[in-house]
Ligand binder design. Structure first.
Ligand SMILES: Cc1cc2nc3c(=O)[nH]c(=O)nc-3n(C[C@H](O)[C@H](O)[C@H](O)COP(=O)(O)O)c2cc1C
Length: 169
C-alpha cells in the first residue's frame, strides 16, 4: 500500500468488534510509533497501553461516549514535560508536536494492519490525571484501537483542496 493509499484508508473509527488486538499487531504498531522523528531526537513521549478491565473502565470514565467503550484496547499518548525540546528564541515547547507525529505513525500503522483507531483529545483531563498519574508527563491524546465493527463505515474524506492550503511563492 502506498502512503497515499494508507492515508486515504485511515479514518476515525468509532465502533469496534468485541475482538482483542493481537500482541503481534500491537508490537508492530509500537515499532512504527517508536520510529517517529522528534525535536533534537528527545523522544519526549510515553505510550500507556490500557488493556486490563480495571484500567479500561477508568479510562472510559474520562471520555464518556458509548462508541468509545467498544474498543478492546486504548493507548494514552503522553508528553514528557521536562524532557521535550524548547526553542530558545521564543521558549516554545515542542513535545506536543513530537507526540502528535508518533501518534499519527501509530494510527497509520494500525490502518496498515487493517485495524481502526481514532484520535481523542476531548477527554476529562483532571479525571485522566487522577486515574493515571504519570508524574512529569502530560496526556495529549487517547487512541482507542481495535477491529472495526462491520457497520462502522469509513467517513467521507472532507478535506480542503491543495490550492486552498498551499501557496507557491
Ligand atoms: C488532535 C485531534 C483531536 C481529536 N479529538 C477527537 C475527539 O476528542 N473525539 C472524536 O470523536 N474525534 C476526535 N478527533 C477526530 C477528528 O474529528 C477526525 O480526525 C476528523 O474529523 C477527520 O476525520 P477522519 O479522521 O475520519 O479522516 C480528533 C482528531 C485530532 C487530529
Amino acid at each position: 500500500m502506498s502512503i497515499l493509499e494508507l492515508s486515504q484508508k485511515r479514518f476515525s473509527a468509532r465502533k469496534y468488534k468485541d475482538l482483542p488486538v493481537s500482541d503481534e499487531d500491537l508490537h508492530y504498531i509500537l515499532e512504527v510509533t517508536r520510529m517517529a522523528p522528534s525535536a533534537v531526537n528527545k523522544q519526549a513521549w510515553k505510550f500507556v497501553i490500557v488493556k486490563s478491565e480495571h484500567a479500561r473502565k477508568h479510562l472510559q470514565e474520562c471520555y464518556d461516549r458509548e462508541w468509545f467503550k467498544s474498543a478492546p484496547l486504548y493507548i494514552i499518548c503522553l508528553r514528557d514535560v521536562e524532557n521535550n525540546w524548547i526553542r530558545q528564541e521564543d521558549k516554545k515547547p515542542h513535545g506536543d508536536i513530537d507526540v502528535a507525529i508518533a501518534t499519527e505513525h501509530l494510527c497509520l500503522a494500525a490502518a496498515e494492519r487493517g485495524l481502526g483507531s481514532c484520535w481523542v483529545c476531548n477527554f476529562d483531563v483532571d479525571k485522566l490525571k487522577t486515574y493515571f498519574p504519570y508524574v512529569g508527563f502530560e496526556p495529549v491524546a487517547i487512541i482507542p484501537l481495535g477491529h472495526i465493527a462491520t457497520d462502522c463505515l469509513p467517513n467521507e474524506k472532507k478535506r480542503k483542496s491543495i490550492e486552498e492550503i498551499t501557496e507557491i511563492i
